[in-house]
Design a protein around this ligand. Sequence first.
Ligand code: AMP
Ligand code: GLY
Length: 428
Amino acid sequence: MKILIIGGGGREHAIARALSKSTKTDKLWCAPGNGGISAIAECFPEIKATDLDGMLALAEKLQPDYVFVAPDDPLVMGLVDKLNEKGFKTFGPKANAAIIEGSKAFSKGLMKKYNIPTAAYETFTDEDKAVEYIKKRNSYPAVIKADGLALGKGVIIAKDFDEAKTAVHSMLVDGKFGKSGSEIVIEEFMEGTEVTVLAFTDGKTVKPMVSSMDHKRALDGDEGLNTGGMGTIAPNPLYTEKIAEECMEKIFKPTVAAMSAEGRPFKGCLYFGLMLTKDGAKVVEYNSRFGDPEAQVVLPLLDTDLVDIMEAIREERLDSLDIKWSKNSCACVVMASGGYPEKYETGKEISGLNSDGQAVNAANSAYVYHAGTKLDNGKFYTAGGRVLGVTSVDEDLRTALDKAYEAVGTISFEKAHYRKDIGAKALK
Ligand code: AMP
Ligand code: GLY
């Protein structure tokens, strides 16, 4: 099977690696891909993931047996629909289902209609009405979210009225997130522990993967700005079997059934961002794709052939496929450019990597997923905010974390920044 992966970050590297292990894969392409992915897939750095016409033309040229659409933007923009119209097989939801991530007003409305537990909320397009609502509620922190996609940055947790008012103004009036922020969701702040559960679904059956824990804030101790994710561990020990059962009945199955009932069957990987509150698990957000860097810790624990899962989803027979997971733990530490998620420099030479982009001085169990790198004349350079996801699998979480950090210590670039406390909460 010849497979084209759309995307070019650490998540796509993890998907490419999982697909490269399949006995059914003959050829892998990745567009745009990145420096590190090019060690296992032929990349097309000149085509942006959001260039749908460019991607369609590439598919026409390469004639892949499958196209795996990994990032949110092309999914929400309808790349899967367009590829299907041309007869290509795909992995990923159609636009009418990807809206579960593309519009928070949609996803909140879905949860309200189908009684899926989530934070209480209201939506607004008018500044005065939004401010009036915040004043009336008088409960802080207040959570203010841009409706649309905003690179994980469209959520503001305001600690008082002034901050909340400024957030509303920045989105609805100043257009901070462009069209994505022309409608906003204001919701109740949920207290608890966050868990990510990715799930395979064919629109009928839902099969959760091993749970994970993301670390969204830039700095140790969950300080600093929200990022795309600074590190992950899997499984998440705080997500017990009992909680998993509750989530299956109250959240996972009802969500998949609701999307189908709405005429929007979701086929692909559905991301459940959950908060374990004292009143039970509630949905923080849905994503229409694998998380990044969740994919980097979940996929290495998958023992079933990913191509078999893709086929079962496409043919809507996921119920009859037994998906197996390793009992090991996996940890991923993201090395980012200094300054990320705000302004940062790129083009810094990365030392400690061999020609395949792997840590030359680290234990064999470490694997380096490339998020933002460029390969030039045999050398790797930084090319993004998140640069590398240094990962290790082991029998227990502590060893996996130790080995991932050991490998991080063998890699360097100017102004590299990483969190020192990935997984710390899980070890307590
Ligand atoms: P989102 O993009 O919706 O996942 O939000 C980003 C992050 O903001 C989440 O991972 C949470 O840490 C936090 N967050 C979002 N909504 C809430 C909420 N209602 N209560 C508490 N924290 C939240
Ligand atoms: N790591 C969070 C996300 O992929 O949205």
